[in-house]
Write a protein that binds this ligand. Structure first.
Ligand code: DOR
Ligand code: ZN
Length: 343
């Protein structure tokens, strides 16, 4: 039985760090295991301009614990007013690594997102020209579409038309939750990839709803039926370079989760690597963990993999079940099984 596994240090290609007190509370948990992370721009107000991204990056750097080795890779929040020149400038300066598309109203703080996709065509053209990837929150928002179908419908109604209109645009379908999304990624040879979260490899919709409602498992896109979870496991553990880790670790206080209209998000930063090691081991794919968490992401983003390494050991980890913040406790994602890998 493998007792330890040394891999290049992983990166998190989709992370919510928030701001202020919450940023200070959650950042050390990502910086411990991850060398870099793509930082989501859905603050209130959102990170829309290069100047706002630079200021947010400075706040993240200032919140890092002493001696931490962590690089935030900034993104801009795409709006119908986004200026292609500002995007190109921020990219040329090496400040931003992607632009994030939220369909308006799709999820937490997405009110300034896009309703009319034609309006963002000039920005997407410029991004295609300069090789700056688009990260997508892949769910339609139409109230008549069932929430469990929103990702599959997004592919047909929004994503595929965007990719046809901008064939050289590089796109990352973020936090995919369906076999439809995994198949769509596989059906394209280049320029398209997907991130997969830790929690979507572990839970299906029964975990959220059967035998009682479990708000800490509620996230967006919502977890789907078991066949989809298994399709995600197969994609993540396959070694296919088009699939890589984006935790979507999204902290909300218990007060914000446990109320009549609770927030979407699972906080997985502290225990992701322990959970992933177990998931990959269960699927007989420990040798593919490095590709998923440390190699495929940088390759797609055109960055070198990390030179430093981490060693995972077969040892019961001591993760907190919840962390304290000045705004209240934030519950750490519970995978529902005992963990036996320590990072
Ligand atoms: O579960 C989620 N939480 N999904 C998102 O898309 C946003 C995120 C958040 O910001 O809380
Ligand atoms: Zn997210």
């Amino acid at each position: 039985m493998t007792q330890s596994l040394t891999i290049r240090r992983p990166d998190d290609w989709h992370l919510h760090l928030r701001d202020g007190d919450m940023l200070r509370a959650v950042l050390p948990h990502s910086a411990r295991d991850f060398a870099r992370a793509i930082i989501m721009p859905n603050l209130v107000p959102p990170v829309v301009t290069g100047a706002q991204a630079a200021a947010y990056r400075d706040r993240i750097m200032a919140a890092l614990p002493e001696g931490a080795d962590f690089t935030p890779l900034m993104t801009l929040y795409l709006t119908e007013d986004t200026d292609p020149n500002d995007v190109a400038r921020a990219h040329a300066e090496g400040l931003i690594h992607a632009v994030k598309l939220y369909p308006a109203g799709a999820t937490t703080n997405s009110a300034s997102g896009v309703s009319n996709f034609d309006k963002v065509a000039p920005v997407l053209d410029r991004m295609a020209e300069i090789g700056l990837p688009l990260c997508t929150h892949g769910e339609v928002t139409d109230s008549e579409i069932d929430i469990f179908d929103r990702e599959a419908v997004f592919i047909d109604r929004v994503l595929d038309p965007i990719r046809r209109a901008h064939p050289s645009l590089r796109v990352i379908m973020e936090h995919i939750t369906t076999s439809d999304a995994a198949d769509y990624v596989r059906s394209n040879d280049s320029g398209l990839a997907a991130t997969i979260t830790t929690h979507h490899l572990v839970i299906n919709r029964n975990h959220i709803l059967a035998g009682g409602i479990r708000p800490h498992y509620y996230c967006l896109p919502v977890a789907k039926r078991e066949t989809h979870r298994l399709a995600l496991r197969a994609a993540a553990t396959s070694g296919d370079t088009r699939f890589f880790l984006g935790t979507d670790s999204a902290p909300h206080t218990d007060g914000a989760k446990l109320r009549p209209c609770g927030c979407a998000g699972c906080f997985t930063a502290p225990n992701t690597m322990s959970i992933l090691a177990q998931v990959f081991e269960e699927d007989g794919a420990l040798d593919k963990l490095e590709a998923f968490s440390s190699l495929n992401g940088p390759a797609f983003y055109g960055l070198p993999p990390n030179e430093t390494q981490i060693t995972l050991r077969r040892e019961t980890p001591a993760h907190p079940t919840s962390i304290d913040t000045p705004d209240g406790p934030v519950t750490v994602f519970d995978p529902g099984f005992d963990l036996h890998w320590t990072s």
